[in-house]
Design a protein around this ligand. Sequence first.
Ligand code: NDP
Ligand code: OXD
Length: 315
Amino acid sequence: MQSSGARRAILYIGRTDRGEAWARITRAEAPDIDFRIFPDLGALEEIAYLAAWTIPPGFLARLPNLRVVFSVGAGVDQLDLAAIPRKLPLVRMIEPGLVTDIASYAAMAALILQRRLPEYLEQAQNGVWRPLNAAPTAETPVGLLGLGMLGQAAAASLRPLGFPVLGWSRSPRQVPGIACHSGRDGLAAMLARSRILICLLPLTEETHGILDAELFARLPRGAGLVNLGRGGHLVEPDLLAALDSGQLAAAVLDVFSTEPLPRGDPFWTHPRIIITPHIGAVTTNVGGMAALLANIRRFERGEKLEGEIDRARGY
Ligand code: NDP
Ligand code: OXD
């Protein structure tokens, strides 16, 4: 534990506009803490907290008194986890803005797929006026891979629209209004019913490449896919093959193995793929900084941090 009276600083590495907003909030709400924006480091020994999306290789070794590493996002896989000493607490972002964003994105994507928007966009390109049958939401079960903060937020926005919601987690869960599954058998049972599948898993050794040909084959023919997790969850050639064969009808993708998605990538021009540039949920200035400061206060009181990563599980 560190005395809250000691001179200490947060170093932020990330988007400058957010850094400037967080510096203003810190000056107003926590004047006892110095907020620095990379590469303006100041005295390195004063840096107790690091808040970053990614960290330059080898940089942590320059911070002798670092106490906690905070991810500015809900996920931590974008950080080089092997380079962060295990004795340092690593904390993900938990803030209401992320929950609101994912809830609206999940609803939007499910409706895009259920109402067959990719096909209407393709028809419009060719001046074709042809109504298509769409199963009602009540007959369009949505399976959620991941039933954590964001999976549950997605469920909360889908249920009022009439979608039956199923969910899959690592450990067994009971969430009202969601048919919960866990384990390999649970996954197979959920996939068999999911007309739309939404990935909201963290990227770990266990979940890497989970969205592959074998998984697609377990979905009902003509299902839709939404990837809101990470690009590493998806085996991209397997998605193209599943769309070409009709096993999947369409996909809404927010995350990619390489970001920005390179020019010339076949996803850009595929008529059944809708692309957004990793905006599913974006940490807000006010909610994000409030969460960060609340966690620093907890840490300095010797209390449990909210969102600390279990390094063995990887999330
Ligand atoms: P949580 O840690 O709250 O939830 C993760 C869920 O995934 C839990 O239900 C967990 O199971 C489950 N899970 C993890 N590993 C496995 C596994 N091997 N098998 C089955 N289930 C598993 O994370 P969040 O909901 O906050 O965030 C999820 C992810 O969303 C982030 O890690 C990030 O990758 C992504 N994200 C994407 C954004 C975007 O803009 N596209 C924005 C923010 C986040 P259990 O309940 O048993 O622990
Ligand atoms: C996050 C993200 O993890 O933006 O928060 O993807």
